[in-house]
Design a protein around this ligand. Structure first.
Ligand code: ADP
Length: 267
């Protein structure tokens, strides 16, 4: 065991300890094995995440570099120059968004991230969100409505809860078309408060549903890129819901729409 812990401290997590007996030494041996396995998993996950980040950063940078090169070197007519400069601007905006989302994720470190819970009157809270986002929905020919009884209170961090709902509404807007409705429903029972965000958008294929909360997972890579998605929105939502001790579930039907169900413990 001494040998194994010394290997682990040097970063070698490939240790295998012999199964011990049912005494304290046996328990210690099991714990060390568990620690090594967890660290190995974390290292693998971190490496994969870093690889995804560099890939995600590289794509917009390739566009920016390529088009800046063309504009500089070729004597292009003004409209074409404009076209390429617009792409450069779009890709720079995408990079800013990506960096903001990555920063948000980095901040949500489970041990240091402070959730400051307070009693929130849910109806008023949701109406304020509706007021803020309705114009954006209307501009796209869609609508947003709130249905929430006036007697629900929820114990949550208001700015985080807002971030959760804004991310879900942002997706509802991105993946729906003109003439569709998005609605937020709130309800409570003895033990919990539920908030549902329901859209009439394109829906998510059943085979993708288990993965949509993973970082950088997108159902339709090419299309989502054109919509400006970073693939991190739902990962952030999931982390924030977890930090509140809440749960999130999703149901979706292709061509009909999607509903995200949030559930928080009652006060
Ligand atoms: P993105 O920035 O790409 O929107 P998210 O993490 O927010 O990333 O979502 C992951 C993927 O889940 C999206 O790329 C999209 O394919 C799918 N998705 C999320 N919300 C919805 C929705 N309301 N309707 C349809 N598809 C959705």
């Amino acid at each position: 065991m001494k040998d194994a812990t010394s290997q682990i401290s040097k970063g070698n997590f490939e240790v295998t300890l012999a199964k011990g007996g049912n005494d304290e030494l046996g328990d210690l041996s099991k714990s060390i094995q568990l620690l090594a396995n967890d660290l190995k998993y974390l290292k693998k996950e971190r490496n994969e995440f870093l690889a995804s980040i560099s890939h995600e950063l590289r794509t917009p940078l390739t566009y920016i570099k390529g088009y800046a090169d063309i504009v500089l070197k070729r004597n292009l007519p003004k409209e074409e120059q404009q076209k390429y400069l617009n792409i450069i601007l779009e890709e720079s905006n995408r990079l800013s968004l990506l960096i903001k989302d990555l920063f948000d994720l980095a901040k949500i470190d489970k041990n240091t991230f402070a959730i400051e819970k307070e009693q929130i009157h849910l109806h008023e809270f949701l109406i304020a969100i509706e007021r803020k986002l309705s114009p954006a929905f209307i501009e796209r020919g869609m609508s947003l409505s709130i249905s929430s009884p006036s007697n629900i209170y929820i114990l949550a961090d208001p700015s985080r809860l807002e971030q959760i709902i804004l991310n879900l509404l942002d997706n509802a807007m991105k993946y729906s078309t003109q003439g569709t409705k998005t609605a937020i429903y709130a309800a409570k029972d003895k033990h919990s408060v539920q908030i549902a965000v329901k859209d009439e958008g394109k829906g998510i294929p059943a085979e993708d549903l288990p993965y949509i909360f993973n970082r950088f997972y997108r159902v339709d890579k090419a299309r989502t890129r054109s919509l400006g998605g970073t693939g991190l929105g739902l990962a952030i939502v999931k982390e924030l819901v977890d930090m509140h001790g809440g749960e999130i579930a999703v149901k979706s039907e292709i061509g009909k729409g999607t509903v995200f169900l949030l559930s928080f413990k009652g006060q």
